[in-house]
Ligand binder design. Structure first.
Ligand SMILES: NC(=O)c1ccc[n+]([C@@H]2O[C@H](COP(=O)([O-])OP(=O)(O)OC[C@H]3O[C@@H](n4cnc5c(N)ncnc54)[C@H](OP(=O)(O)O)[C@@H]3O)[C@@H](O)[C@H]2O)c1
Length: 234
């Protein structure tokens, strides 16, 4: 199987891909010609979600649905889109299915709503960020890349280009570059090297601010980073 650009297919497994964030990313990437596996705790739910995207995109869509551990085993690029409260337990469960050399993209936003508080308040994480917690839990030789925290799932599900930059943070520069390429496939998105994984803490917390702004102003806010030389934007 090959993508429209003639590159070999590189399946991306979206773990927890049945929710709005995973479905939105899946929709945009399938439209860009990527091969997507929707993961879920329930095999049937995953297949239904994949079928819903195929219906939207058309029969040419390269998309399937599988239980999360099967999805992990079938791909080297894993996108994690589940609520923070489930992150540690799910990663521990999936650890045997994640191959060495894989990339785990983490979009988890630790919000106070996970512990009964407000979604507009960030939750402190002992490791510094949800992405750093993920890095402690994946098998050795798996690179964690933090990205996509500030994109609105509702806008991803729509047809318009997004008015938002994606700040990508990782301790593995090669993995980060690949994920910046994936981010730039989403119309309107510019991907920016955000430095080390520890910076994910700041990017995750911006989402709490965006949620507060959305509630206050009834919108779908995003971020733009200005003033950098053109080469900084992918
Ligand atoms: N929504 C947004 O606009 C947005 C934007 C940027 C980042 N994010 C972040 O992306 C993540 C996903 O967001 P979302 O809105 O898509 O979340 P969601 O709808 O609450 O959850 C996504 C999926 O995760 C699975 N899941 C739920 N609880 C779980 C648990 N305890 N353990 C394992 N799997 C569980 C469910 O899939 P199954 O039941 O099928 O397994 C669910 O459909 C969150 O961390 C969020 O902060 C969201």
């Amino acid at each position: 199987m090959s993508s429209p650009a003639g590159k070999p297919a590189r399946p991306i497994a979206i773990i927890g891909g049945t929710g709005p964030a995973g479905m939105g990313l899946a929709y945009r990437w399938v439209r860009a010609g990527e091969t997507i596996i929707i993961g879920s705790r329930d095999d049937q739910r995953a297949q239904l979600a994949a079928a819903a995207i195929e219906l939207k995109v058309g029969k040419q869509a390269n998309i399937s649905g599988m239980e999360n551990s099967a999805a992990c085993a079938a791909a080297d690029i894993l996108m994690l889109t589940i609520p923070f409260e489930g992150q540690a337990a799910l990663l521990k469960q999936l650890k045997p299915s994640i191959a060495e050399g894989s990339i785990l993209i983490d979009a988890t936003v630790p919000l106070a709503s996970s512990v009964g508080g407000r979604a507009s308040r960030p939750l402190g994480v002992w490791q510094g960020s949800a992405a750093q917690q993920a890095a402690e839990l994946v098998p050795k030789g798996v690179s964690v890349v933090a990205a996509f925290h500030n994109l609105s799932a509702e806008l991803l599900a729509g047809e318009e280009p997004l008015d938002c930059d994606v700040v990508v943070c990782s301790d593995d520069p090669d993995a980060a570059q690949l994920i910046r390429e994936l981010a730039a496939l989403i119309p309107g998105v510019r991907a920016i090297d955000g430095g080390k994984l520890e910076n994910a803490r700041i990017v995750e917390q911006i989402t709490a601010l965006l949620i507060g702004l959305n509630i206050r102003h009834k919108g779908h806010s995003g971020i733009r980073i200005t003033g950098l030389p053109p080469a900084a934007y992918r």
